[in-house]
Write a protein that binds this ligand. Sequence first.
Ligand code: SUG
Length: 416
Amino acid sequence: MTLVEINFDGIVGPSHNYAGLSLGNLAATAHAGEVSYPRAAALQGLAKMRGNVARGLAQGFIVPLPRPNSRWIEAISADERTDAALVAAAWSASSMWTANAATVSPPPDTADGRCHLTAANLVTMPHRSHEWPDTLAQLQVMFADRAHFAVHPPVPPCFGDEGAANHMRLTSGHREPGVEIFVYGRSGGRFPARQHEQAGRAVARRHGLDPARVLFVEQSAEAIEAGAFHNDVVAVANERVLFAHEKAFADPAGTHAAIRERFPQVEIVEVPDAEVSLAEAIRTYLFNAQLVTLPTGEMALVVPDECCESPAVWGWCERMLDGNGPIRQVVPVDVRQSMANGGGPACLRLRVVADPATVDPRFLLDEAKATRIEAVIAQHWPEQIDPGDLGSESLGAAVRSARAKLLETLGLAQLT
Ligand code: SUG
């Protein structure tokens, strides 16, 4: 068994649009009503994946879910079909942010030595609440090898669960046992707290995690209030490193102490608010970065281009690189179409520690397959969508047929 971290990116779907559906997600709200560019969005996402393949990292993907979701819209009464927000919810390409697809516990952490995945219920936002049945079905195909994977349905909908976006893992190496940190928010503020504490606890139990190597940490209310609707907007972990904003957690000192107690080797790279304000961190998505270990053993931070354009953020990155901290490279990528909906490089990927040989190979990416996917996107993805077009029959047909072409190319017609 060769366990490695595989990043499964969401291929941006052909219905990518800006409908302003996520209260508390400041970027999505600010861009509501703008024209989107699905083809450019999907090509940006694919270029990010290719960059990581070129860096020697294992890369996979998750295909877009069927949109518009006719099953869901048919469950809604005829009158409501004319409600623009419900129509937009049925058309949303939000499954592209695969960090919200599931929570993943790698084999070294679980009681039965399998990799456990629990699909997220995403109940807080209506447009995301109908993702899970198709996500679950796809995960079951991707990880059909029952000797190595256990794929679970979501936790009960009374507990909002947004998946890996609120989950971090610290370990001396991906194939070693880790400490899993489940971050949750408390409701009562201006914006919804999308991750419920009990959801994390239920996931930890069903994954068979050792209670001595699990932590439940409260996200700071100030961070949620400032637009950090998921913890991965203000913190990210990779192997022994935790990279976080000073105001990410409700009790930073207590959180650091609890982490050190369970994992003394941790290196905490904390960005002070005085150097990069919470608002600037959220605007640029510095923490919604992919913190990855390169084949050389060095760590790189794959950040959105927006970080380079911020004097405060880029200045901080340069000072970090001048020092002798554990993060040795900062790699900017252009994912602007996704960023405008509040989704950075880290939102676009689900991390799974597994032996690639045990994963359905149709979901693994190499350069030749990237070229085939690129051709389908270039030929079939709509060039642009005005939110006023959502609901149109001709656009619906174009979106369905674009997805069908992709599935056909990948040998995944069974997901139709
Ligand atoms: O759930 N945006 C997504 C962004 C998800 C980012 N994921 C992570 N942080 N892991 C969300 O808020 C906007 C859709 C719209 O408004 O049309 C949206 O769903």
